[in-house]
Design a protein around this ligand. Structure first.
Ligand SMILES: Cc1ncc(COP(=O)(O)O)c(C=O)c1O
Length: 407
C-alpha cells in the first residue's frame, strides 16, 4: 500500500483548490444600488420605496401577509418578542447551541433566558426537554432552525398551544428553508431573519420579521420606527421604540439578491443531500439527521458529527483546522454553549428585571456541550453552491486526513 499523501497542514497539496466566493453579485446588483444612490432617497419614509417593496416581496416569498425590515436579525427577534407581550422577569426558552444574539435579545427585553438542550442528531432544541422546562413564568419559546435545518415545529407548537406560549422562530439561518412545505419563520407567531454578511441572503447587515398577525406586525413596525404609528404625524410617538429602520440602499440590494435565493437554496439543498450521502460512507463522520418534517434545508451550515476515536483521537479543533487547510471551508463552530460564556457566568446583565437568584453556573446541557467540544464540524453555505465534484473533493479531504491518522 502506498504511503498516505502529505497533508496540506504539513505543507502538502490541498485537496480542494477551488474557492467559494461570497457574496455572489453582478452588474445588476451594482445597478440596483447605483439607482438608489442617484435617486438621493437613501432613507425610506416613503411607503412605495425599496424598503416597502422588499418587505412585500419577502413576505410573498415566505407566504405570509406582513414583513417589517430592520437593522439586523437580533433586533428582528427582539421586537417580535416584545410585541408578543413578554414582560420584565418573564422566562423565555432558548437552545444553548446558537449565536449569542438568541440569548442577548431575551436579556435586552428584560427577560430571563432558560436554556433547553438540543437533540443529539439534529442539534435543534429538543421538544421533550422544552416540556420539562416550562414553568409558571415561561412566556415564550425561541426555536432556532440551526444551520437552516427546521426544528420539530409540530412538537414545539403543541407545547406552546397547550401552555399559551408565544413562539418566535429564529430563522436567521433559514432563508428559503421549509418545514412540511411551509417556509421557516411562518409557523410560529413570528419569524426573524438576518441579512448579515455571512447569511444566505445578505446586504452586509439587515434583518426582517415576518408574521401573519396584523397586531403583531403593527407593533413591530412601530417599535422599529421610534414608536410611530401609520396615519399619524411624524412627531407622534406611541411606543418605546427606536430607529431600527433599514436603509433604501440595503433594500435595493436585497431586492436584487432575492432574485437569486430560490436557485441558490435549491442548489445548496441538492448538494447538501449529496454530500451527506458521501460523508455517511466514512467511518466516524455522521451528517445531522434530516427527515423530521423538514422538506427543504437551506444549509447555511452543513454540519456533521465527528468521532475522534475513528481518527486516532485527533481532537476536533485540530481536525477542523486540518480540513480547512485542505481547502474545505470548514470550522469547528462554537467552543462552548452559551450558558458557559462569561456573560452568563459573570451575570453582566445590566437589568434590574433579572431576579438575583438567577444563576447559570449549574446549567448542564450535555448534548450541546458534546457538540461544542467533541463533535460538531461546520462547512459554510457558499461551499454548497459548488457542483457535485466539489462535494466529492470535500469527502476526499476527510478521507485523506483519516488515512493519515490511521497510517
Ligand atoms: C442563529 C442566529 N440568530 C440571530 C443572529 C443575529 O443576527 P444579526 O447578526 O443580523 O443581528 C444570528 C447572526 O449571526 C444567528 O446566527
Amino acid at each position: 500500500m502506498s504511503a498516505p499523501k502529505k497533508l496540506a497542514i504539513h505543507g502538502g497539496e490541498k485537496t480542494v483548490t477551488k474557492t467559494f466566493p461570497w457574496p455572489v453579485y453582478d452588474d445588476s446588483d451594482v445597478r440596483a444600488v447605483a439607482d438608489v444612490l442617484r435617486s438621493g432617497q437613501w432613507g425610506d419614509p416613503d411607503v412605495s420605496g425599496p424598503v416597502a417593496r422588499f418587505e412585500k416581496e419577502f413576505a410573498a416569498y415566505c407566504g405570509v401577509r406582513y414583513a417589517a425590515a430592520s437593522v439586523n436579525g437580533s433586533v428582528a427577534i427582539r421586537l417580535a418578542l416584545i410585541a408578543a407581550g413578554v414582560k420584565p422577569g418573564d422566562e423565555v426558552i432558548i437552545p444553548p447551541y446558537t449565536f449569542i444574539a438568541t440569548a442577548t435579545v431575551v436579556l435586552e427585553a428584560n427577560c430571563v433566558p432558560v436554556f433547553v438542550d438540543i437533540e443529539p442528531d439534529t442539534y435543534n432544541i429538543d421538544p421533550a426537554r422544552i416540556a420539562e422546562a416550562v414553568g409558571p413564568k415561561t412566556k415564550a419559546i425561541i426555536p432556532v432552525h440551526f444551520g437552516g435545518l427546521a426544528c420539530d415545529m409540530d412538537g414545539i407548537m403543541a407545547i406552546a398551544r397547550e401552555r399559551g406560549l408565544a413562539v418566535i422562530e429564529d430563522a436567521c439561518h433559514g432563508h428559503g428553508a421549509e418545514y412540511r412545505g411551509r417556509k421557516l419563520g411562518t409557523i410560529g407567531d413570528a419569524g426573524a431573519f438576518s441579512f448579515q454578511s455571512s447569511k444566505n441572503l445578505t446586504s452586509g447587515e439587515g434583518g426582517i420579521t415576518i408574521t401573519d398577525n396584523p397586531e403583531l406586525y403593527e407593533t413591530i413596525a412601530s417599535l422599529r420606527n421610534v414608536g410611530r404609528k401609520k396615519g399619524h404625524q411624524w412627531y407622534d410617538h406611541f411606543n418605546l421604540g427606536c430607529n431600527y429602520r433599514m436603509t433604501t440602499l440595503q433594500a435595493a440590494l436585497l431586492l436584487s439578491q432575492l432574485g437569486r435565493l430560490e436557485d441558490q437554496t435549491r442548489r445548496r439543498d441538492e448538494n447538501g443531500r449529496y454530500l451527506a450521502g458521501l460523508l455517511s460512507g466514512i467511518d466516524g463522520i455522521l451528517p445531522l439527521a434530516r427527515g423530521r418534517g423538514e422538506t427543504r434545508h437551506s444549509y447555511h451550515l452543513f454540519i456533521f458529527r465527528y468521532d475522534a476515536a475513528k481518527f486516532n483521537n485527533l481532537p476536533k479543533p485540530e481536525f477542523a483546522r486540518w480540513l480547512a487547510a485542505e481547502g474545505v471551508p470548514a470550522f469547528m463552530g462554537y467552543p462552548r454553549p452559551l450558558y458557559k460564556q462569561p456573560l452568563f457566568l459573570e451575570k453582566k446583565f445590566f437589568s434590574a428585571a433579572i431576579p438575583p437568584g438567577v444563576d447559570y453556573s449549574g446549567v448542564s446541557c450535555p448534548v450541546a456541550e458534546k457538540a461544542c467540544t467533541d463533535e460538531a464540524v461546520w462547512i459554510s453555505q457558499q461551499a454548497l453552491l459548488g457542483d457535485r465534484s466539489d462535494m466529492e473533493s470535500f469527502a476526499e479531504a476527510i478521507r485523506k486526513i483519516q488515512r493519515h491518522c490511521l497510517s
